[in-house]
Ligand binder design. Structure first.
Ligand code: GTP
Ligand code: SPV
Ligand code: MN
Length: 580
């Protein structure tokens, strides 16, 4: 197979001349191709077959122990002007970056197959969808891309019709962390990633294309690419709302998107449209519509069990790729908090020993087609997307941020998003549990200057009068012994219900300096074993802590200098003033 699209043909020829593969394989995205790649990886040992009786068509991949998460310090936005990348990104001059990475790509595919992977982010027929082509020497990447994106012939057909696509070049190289770079060239609509085979570093349709490059395109074209889940909530009366929520990596998006209502919530239905990325466009009536550009989930495995996320637990019992989990003696995948079985082998393939740490890597992942989710919403395939009622920001904060509050309006909501902070997790290499600012949960993913990004967000206020309401949640508040105060998971629906009622003008709230806060009685906690004092602690607004928080947010924003929209600082000053 080759292509009728001359620029694509020319680019693949150039890449082949540079990387010198033994073979070139154009991916058609068929099941036969997937199965053949799996067979081949079972032979090479890149995949291990898990117990077919209980986990049919499930495989384990162990990535290099030095290659288990995104690497933010090696991720670059190489725009022509440094200021366009902003203080939020690492920047390298594009010609210097090309020179550096081309040297690494030179001859790197000798003895390997070069896979050409055409893919479409978003439903193939959606006007909001965008295509890309990833060239990679990793069969693991190919089989993951088939689950995560609309990959293969249909995408190539669209590329040949439209002539537009994002170019992604990837090689696992020699997996040497010293020779690892994830580079983005927004003006060229291209991505070059070398030296990692893991997740967001290597599956280029995901964070590299659908967030970093797409956010840049959205800025130019008037839309938003966001690190957000999309979920549908239907009440027993049949009222439906679509919510989009941005939480930093490993802070609960997949779990909220797949929520199972608590027992007392009879007749409530929750369906998943997306668990990680949303592309948001204003439609002709001024409503913000969302599509999920992905078609699968690359989700955190540890913590998944029948109680926390039954849908996910069932979904990953067949046709799933596991990365870096442990294995039981009868060859089932095992992870911390699975609540079933015992680990025999850890994620590195060593006999399990508690002294070596967890059996599953804390950032171990499942890759699975979204259609396997028992709560899958077919609207995820609707070319027009869904209208969003509320945007929810959130972070992992042991203190300060209350369980939920609502912004005063859209522009104040932009400040709420810009002020998101969260404790770092295992999803990225580096220290864990350190609170850092992560505006809109996009710190690692915004492909341009945050100052311009906030201006872009603010500009929507002038474009529409029917924008979603903006909220902030925190499932992770702790008591002084480190216990979570809020039960979380399915019970988060109680908070979503308050949010929906606020959108409909039905539920109560108290206006405070930081926005509208529910009083303890405004959130339904019937059937929950929660002390009234716990609810008070969850909804408490500590003015002294918040003055400090707002001052820190102010300092953070000011670091963006003259590009920072003054309106955002004015919002911050107004809150500080109200705090007294
Ligand atoms: P990425 O895929 O990295 O973007 O992560 P994500 O935001 O989808 O996070 P995910 O839903 O996978 O959750 C990450 C971790 O947080 C898991 O260990 C979950 O068990 C835990 N978690 C999710 N929701 C809750 C909650 O409501 N309460 C508590 N305490 N933990 C939660
Ligand atoms: C995240 O880190 O936010 C993820 C996983 O969703 S990765 O694909 O590695 O980016
Ligand atoms: Mn994510």
């Amino acid at each position: 197979m080759t292509t009728k699209n001359a620029p694509l043909q020319q680019w693949t020829d150039e890449v082949a001349a540079l990387t010198k593969p033994d073979k070139i394989h154009w991916c058609d995205g068929s099941e036969a191709e997937y199965n053949q790649l799996v067979e081949q990886m079972l032979v090479t040992g890149d995949l291990l077959k898990l117990r077919a009786a209980t986990y049919p068509h499930c495989y384990l991949h162990r990535s290099d122990p030095s290659d288990v998460a995104r690497v933010e310090h090696l991720t670059y936005v190489c725009s022509e002007n440094e200021e366009d990348a902003g203080p939020n990104n690492n920047w390298m001059d594009p010609s210097e970056a090309h020179q550096k990475i081309n040297k690494l790509f030179d001859g790197c595919m000798q003895g390997r197959t070069m896979y050409v992977v055409p893919y479409c982010m978003g439903p193939i027929k959606s006007p909001y969808a965008r295509c890309g082509v990833e060239i990679t020497d990793s069969a693991y990447v190919v089989i993951n891309m088939r689950l995560m994106t609309r990959m293969g012939q249909a995408a190539l057909d669209r590329i040949e019709r439209e002539g537009q696509f994002v170019r992604g070049l990837h090689s696992i190289g020699d997996l040497d962390p010293e020779r690892r770079f994830i580079m983005h060239f927004p003006e060229e609509l291209s991505i070059q990633s070398f030296g990692s085979g893991y997740g967001g570093n290597a599956l280029l349709g995901k964070k590299c294309h659908a967030l970093r490059i797409a956010s840049w395109q959205g800025h130019r074209e008037g839309w938003l690419a966001e690190h957000m889940l999309i979920v549908e909530v239907e009440s027993p009366e049949g009222e439906k709302h679509y919510l989009a929520a941005a939480f930093p990596s490993a802070c609960g998006k997949t779990n909220l998107a797949m929520l199972i209502p608590p027992k007392s919530y009879k007749g409530w239905k929750v369906r998943t449209l997306g668990d990680d990325i949303a592309w948001l466009h204003l439609d002709a009536t001024g409503r913000l519509r969302a599509i999920n550009p992905e078609s699968g989930y690359f989700g955190v495995v540890p913590g998944t069990n029948e109680k926390t996320n039954r849908n996910a637990y069932e979904m990953i019992r067949h046709d799933t790729i596991f990365t870096n989990v442990g294995v039981t003696s009868d060859n089932e995948p095992w992870w911390e908090d699975k609540q079933d079985g015992e680990p025999a082998t850890d994620w590195q393939g060593r006999p399990y020993a508690a002294a070596n740490g967890p059996a599953a890597h804390p950032n171990s992942r499942f890759t699975v087609s979204a259609a396997q989710n028992p709560g899958y919403s077919p609207l995820a395939d609707d070319p027009g997307g869904v209208p969003i009622s509320a945007i929810i920001f959130g972070g992992r904060r042991r203190e300060v941020a209350p369980l939920v509050y609502q912004s005063k309006d859209w522009k104040h909501g932009v400040l709420v998003g810009a002020g998101v902070a969260s404790e770092t997790t295992a999803a990225a290499a580096g220290q864990i549990g350190v609170t850092r600012r992560d505006p809109m949960a996009m710190k690692p993913f915004c492909g341009y200057n945050f100052a311009d990004y906030w201006s872009h967000w603010l500009s929507f206020a002038e474009k529409s009068e029917s924008l979603p309401k903006i909220f902030h949640v925190n499932w992770f508040r702790q008591d002084s012994d480190g216990n979570f105060l809020w039960p979380g998971f399915g019970d988060n629906l109680r908070v979503l219900r308050w949010i929906i009622d606020r959108c409909e003008g039905r539920s109560g709230a108290t206006e405070t300096a930081i926005g509208y806060l529910p009083s303890p009685g405004d959130i339904d906690i019937s059937g929950l074993d929660l002390e009234p004092s716990t609810m008070e602690a969850l909804l408490n607004l500590d003015k002294e802590q918040w003055r400090q928080e707002m001052q820190e947010i102010g300092k953070y924003l000011e670091a963006y200098g003259s590009r920072l929209p003054q309106e955002l600082l004015e919002q911050q000053r107004a809150v500080l003033k109200d705090l007294g």
